[in-house]
Design a protein around this ligand. Sequence first.
Ligand code: BEZ
Ligand code: FE
Length: 287
Amino acid sequence: MQYFSEDSSAEVVIQQYKNCKNKRLKKIMESAINHIHEFVKEVEPTQEEWMFMIDYLTKTGQKCDSKRQEFILLSDVLGISALVDTINNRKTLNATESTVLGPFHVQNAPKKDMGANINYDGKGEPAFIYGSVSDTEGKPISGANIDVWQANEDGFYDIQQPDVQPEMNLRGIFTTSEDGKYWFKSVKPKFYSIPTDGPVGDMIFATGRHPNRPAHLHYIVSAPGYKSVVTHVFVRGSEYLDSDAVFGVKDSLISEYVKIDDQEKAKELNFKAPYYELQFDFILDKT
Ligand code: BEZ
Ligand code: FE
């Protein structure tokens, strides 16, 4: 019989999980206990520090509601969301890489006709976005759904500003044509700050970090028979590409918004020159 001591702590606690029938749960609990006890032994928190931690996690939970998930944000800024995503979507062949979903996707975005403009507030620099969806052998995938969403010129998503932005501003679902192509109109994204009016913001500022994400456009691309990809396209040259607050940047996801200063071409799109063009081609892996 071994009693609890500083040396035996993890072993003694793990012992109490020996009858856990669920093998996966047992492994998770054992590993979590080992790592947390190791952490406590390394840091040696004072009672006050441990109560601060309890209070911090309590406030994190209290900040959550149906529109705000502070625990996901905490996981994001600690790099855990990015790590879980990377582990679960290890790059296979030449398929498009994934990145974090973030908290601003909505399930009921409107289906849009190809070529539609999803910028309803009229702010920002116009952009024409186009590309293709194909399989890993280069065969076009028709009927693929391309769910897009982005923040507006002021750095907020529509659901963050329900009284300010038109509903469903800068989001929509497009379906690829016979030849796997897609195109739509939007604005060039700008960098923005993740929400900082909660415990995550307190931690960001207390530790001297910044809360910004580099400019990006979100995508979920899906098609029957293929693995969906949750990803972003980042604006080449954006601030914060090298220090994304949620660690979502991957080299293969950075692309150029090319400035087009051509009155004729702009007119065809109902834009004023100059405007921007972004091409991004997706490659999906079979399930
Ligand atoms: C986003 O890109 O929308 C996002 C991702 C993680 C945390 C906050 C925002
Ligand atoms: Fe975002």
